[in-house]
Design a protein around this ligand. Sequence first.
Ligand SMILES: [Zn+2]
Length: 329
Amino acid sequence: MIHPWQAPLFAQLASRRQHLPHALLLHGRAGLGKTDFALHFAQSLLCETPQADGAACTRCAACGWFEAGHHPDFRWVSLQEEDASEEEGPGEGKTRKAPTQITVDAIRALSGFMTTSTHRQGKRIVLIAPADALNVNAANALLKTLEEPLPGTLFLLVSDEPGRLAATIRSRCQNVRFNLPPVAEAQAWLAAQGVESAPLFLALAGGAPLEARRLALQDAGQRAALLQLLSNPAASLGQLSEQAARMPTPEWIGWLQRWAHDLLEQKLAGQPRYHLDFSEALARMAQRADLYDLLAWERQLRDARRLANHPLNARLLAESLLVPGLAMR
Ligand SMILES: [Zn+2]
């Protein structure tokens, strides 16, 4: 599926379908629909009777296989379940570890696919998404393949954070940059998707429409509950950390990061950027907050976010991260 804001980019790439390099790096911030775009583009290249604008016909045999997830000349390399045996600690740590890496096995597993002849029109496509999840060994294995490109093979790498990719891999890909769509277009799309308060959620998502939709769908008032407590001088640390513990760790840390960022913006530029519905509380708190305390809190939150997938003790973490914010009420 292609999203409306991607149509110009699709037209641009589709017009080059006979002259594509052997690797494209689709990059841009999360929530812009890059992987959806990559799938749509891959299908259009494998389609046997593409439409005049380059889009897949959705009716030929190749389209049928692609949509059913088993086109023989297409592979999607993604995150795999990791060995959870190192899981530490009882109790809270019991939840299964979410996969975070693409390992070398996944790249090695492509070798059969890469060396047998293609089944249909001679095109072979490998999608690697999220490409920044390639670990060092996987990246090295991929590099060898990219150094000796096979004719007719196209690698599509998708990344929210291309800076995390090995420079040697980046240098072998042609860049395709995804930009934020115009605000009005994104808001209209969100409204058509049934998202109420589209401007608020688009702001919370930093302008990325799919991220905004995801936030709107999962929100169910948890963010507002957390921020109401955070901005209420009568609320206790215990109440706050309890509310935080009801939400996934990366999520509430993300909300606090935006909160700290808003306090900074309010202080320096006179208006918040994300939590538009808390502008009054933010204005009040920004006056009281010390700039250096704020910067230190922002840094503390950023560091915690990086470790958020391995919370040692969610409650302890919540309390240590919330204390600086409380002092600003
Ligand atoms: Zn087709």
